[in-house]
Write a protein that binds this ligand. Sequence first.
Ligand SMILES: CN(C)C(=N)NCCC[C@H](N)C(=O)O
Length: 265
Amino acid sequence: MPKHFLMCRPDYFTVEYAINPWMHPEAGADRDVAVRQWEGLKAAYEELGHRVDLIDPIDGLPDMVFAANGALVVGGRVYGARFAFPQRGPEGPAYLRWFAERGYPVLEPAHVNEGEGDFLTLDEVVLAGTGFRTDVVAHKEAQEFLGRPVVSLTLVDPRFYHLDTALFPLDGRNVAYYPQAFSPGSQEVLRRMFPDAVLAGAEDAEVLGLNAVSDGRNVVINAEASTLQLELKRRGYEVIPVDLSELRKAGGGPKCCTLEIRGEN
Ligand SMILES: CN(C)C(=N)NCCC[C@H](N)C(=O)O
């Protein structure tokens, strides 16, 4: 089943503030390299047959490339983002406008949430992260608007500040995750919900290997996450490694650059 993604070219990408432990403004980042790497990711999706739409980047919003944080789209309904840090504040309305202009029903959120960074959608349930960015009250707001059960999971390690740094859906029913990023109670919830999950180790998590995108058969994943790639191959997945090392300097990977647009179903 081809997927539909929204992406944002990193034309204004910089690392000029630090809002997560990966960001070191003094070390800088090379925008041209970031653009080339991002183009590689977009090409990988298109080669797999997925549709990629683009939102115009905005000067002065260096993190806007991380489209996953811009909204959550389930069943054709768009739950908008409300960013935790003022540096990213204007991105929420910009993404919401993109959807509103195309006729999608949208909800301007009352509560802090960072879109698909903290909401990951499976067939029957939406998994939702909290602890660093998204307010747990936003989980209820999303559930009410989307009409899908939302399961709250607590993140405990600041390096894994969004749910999509620590977990990704392999398909509509199973996930891969890094257990140590979660509170003991959330680890237990994950064990119960996903007894057959792929468990990642620290080495793969520390290169943002869990910030991957799977269409159920192909997994687009950071090239450095080598052990996780082997396990995915062993489970029968096609692995498509991509190099997004420049964007990782802002704390992002393939999934961060990718907002999935899920139509009515
Ligand atoms: C996988 N992740 C973390 C994302 N979904 N988004 C990346 C956001 C990076 C940005 N500098 C920030 O700290 O907000």
